[in-house]
Structure formats: structure tokens, C-alpha cells
Ligand binder design. Structure first.
Ligand code: P6P
Length: 285
């Protein structure tokens, strides 16, 4: 490890591991015997990717803690500064159908659980037709293509396009609240907008980053905090989308302002162009 920039060491380790994780999906598409701390049935690949990243990231000088959506307890890395939260394989339910998945990471400078305002960097790996990474740090977002352990910059200072048109809304429609339903119908009724929902947050959010629009996994009638996890999903994508000039909201405020109580807290997630997030908050007010 260079040791000169622990944030870069963490991100570089995740990027180099992504190719191995992608190749390691083959033969690990079955279900593991366990559930994760929020009750999702784990795929073999979830457990394997988590163990691979935990071992490599806690070995980095500067990493104090490793936490993951797949494990209930935090792994101690020593008396250091960075606290890394990872969703090792976001959207692993897409393994069976061979659709997109991702690896999500958030690098905090406070002990976990921590608010998104203490993030110093975040990003995601997208396992699509090619493997790409989007990474937010120091007020800017960069996109990379990953091949053979190397990463090539494909776009710098990434910002959301000004004219949004893609939308993807999770949760079963009958479980949406009336206010969210009204907002969704408003967006859907505009013929210039297009539905993009693939069942893996990173695939859907990357479309919003690329084309402009909104992704939401909202509060549901039976689950007022929605489905997605604050530390491992909500905060990292909110930080990146806001860094790219968009907005995030839990329905009331920036997701980054949400004060966590527990490591595995859920949060209603809405991210995308500021104008559409403003309209969403007005609809839910
Ligand atoms: P549903 C994947 O399991 C995940 O955590 C996110 O990646 C995705 O946005 C959501 O759940 C999909 O949930 O209810 O549509 O299967």
C-alpha cells in the first residue's frame, strides 16, 4: 500500500477487486443458508464478496472499521481514521436472471453508524456489459472503466444532465403511499419521460446519473422506512448524486442529514435532478 492516501488505497482496492468479484459470480449464484441483518436471503456471492472485501480493506493502513450490509457486526481495523461501509453485491437477486448488479462503498471519517455528512468519498462499481466505477470525492464525480485490475478515466466532473427523463420507482405499487403515488403518476404521465427500473439500485441510479431523472425506493404503507439501508446504500448514492449537482431526500430532507440510530437502519431513498426531488418533497409535504 502506498500509505500516502488511505482514501485512495481503499478505492483502489475496491476497483482492483471488482474484476475478481465479477469473475467470482460464476458458480456462486445459489442461495446461502443465511439471511443478512435486514432479513434478505443471501446469495453465495454476497457472502464471498463480503469476506473478500473485509479481508482486503481492513488490511489497509488508515481503515479503522469495515461494515457491510451482509454482516451484523462491525469489523475493527485498528485505531485509524476511515470507516468503510460496503454493500458488497447490491442487487444480488439479479444473479438468477443475469441482470446488472453493483458494489457500493461509503468512506466516512466518523465511527459507524454515521450520518452522510461525515462521508469523505463514496461510489459504486456497476457490473453491466462492461465494469465501470463512479466515484465522488473532493466535490467532483469521476467515471472509470475497469479492465484487468486497471481503471481508465472515461469522464471527469460528471454532472446530472439538465433535462431529466428517466424514472425508476421501487416497492410494490399497492404499497406506495397516496402522496407518492400521486407524484409517480405525475412523472409517468409526461410522455417525454421513460421508465427505467431493473431491480438493482446501482443499475437504476447509474441511469439517472447518465441521462437525468429520478430513482426512488420510497416509504411504503407497511414499511415507513422503505427497504434500502442508510449506511450502505442511501448515504453513498446520495453523496455521489449531490456531488454531481443533483439532490437526495428521505422525503423531507437530504439523506445525508439523517441521523442514524442503528448500523442497519433503513431509509426512504429518492435521488436525482433537484427540480424533481423538490417536486417530490412538495408532494409528500
Ligand atoms: P425490489 C436489491 O436487493 C436492492 O437492495 C436494491 O439494489 C434494489 O433497488 C432493491 O433492493 C430492489 O427491491 O423490492 O424491487 O426487489
Amino acid at each position: 500500500m502506498s500509505g500516502t492516501d488511505p482514501v485512495e488505497d481503499v478505492v483502489g482496492t475496491i476497483a482492483r477487486s471488482a474484476i475478481e468479484i465479477r469473475q467470482g459470480l460464476v458458480g456462486r449464484r445459489g442461495e446461502a443458508d443465511e439471511e443478512n441483518p435486514t432479513g434478505d436471503r443471501q446469495a453465495e456471492a454476497d457472502v464471498w464478496a463480503d469476506e473478500l472485501l473485509a479481508e482486503r480493506l481492513t488490511a489497509i493502513d488508515g481503515v479503522a472499521e469495515y461494515a457491510s450490509e451482509e454482516r451484523s457486526e462491525i469489523v475493527d481495523g485498528g485505531d485509524e481514521r476511515l470507516h468503510v461501509a460496503v454493500d458488497p453485491l447490491d442487487g444480488s437477486s439479479n444473479l438468477k436472471s443475469n441482470n446488472t448488479m453493483g458494489t457500493v462503498f461509503g468512506i466516512y471519517d466518523e465511527p459507524l453508524p454515521a450520518p452522510g455528512t461525515s462521508l469523505v468519498a463514496s461510489g459504486w462499481i456497476l457490473y453491466g456489459p462492461i465494469t465501470t466505477m463512479a466515484y465522488a470525492r473532493d466535490g467532483t464525480v469521476t467515471k472509470y472503466e475497469l479492465t484487468g485490475g486497471e481503471r481508465a478515466v472515461v469522464e471527469e466532473d460528471v454532472t446530472l444532465p439538465e433535462d431529466p427523463f428517466v424514472y425508476g420507482f421501487g416497492g410494490r405499487v399497492p404499497e406506495w403511499t397516496d402522496d407518492f403515488t400521486a407524484f409517480a403518476r405525475e412523472i409517468e404521465s409526461d410522455p417525454s419521460n421513460k421508465l427505467r427500473y431493473g431491480g438493482a439500485m446501482i443499475g437504476d441510479v447509474n441511469q439517472v446519473l447518465t441521462y437525468g431523472g429520478i430513482f426512488a425506493y420510497p416509504a411504503l404503507e407497511g414499511s415507513p422506512r422503505g427497504k434500502l439501508r442508510l449506511q450502505f446504500e442511501g448515504n453513498p448514492i446520495a453523496y455521489l448524486v449531490e456531488t454531481a449537482g443533483g439532490r437526495s431526500s428521505d422525503g423531507d430532507q437530504s439523506i445525508l442529514e439523517v441521523e442514524p440510530e442503528d448500523l442497519h437502519d433503513r431509509v426512504p431513498v429518492h435521488v436525482g435532478n433537484a427540480a424533481w426531488i423538490d417536486r417530490l418533497e412538495d408532494a409528500l409535504a
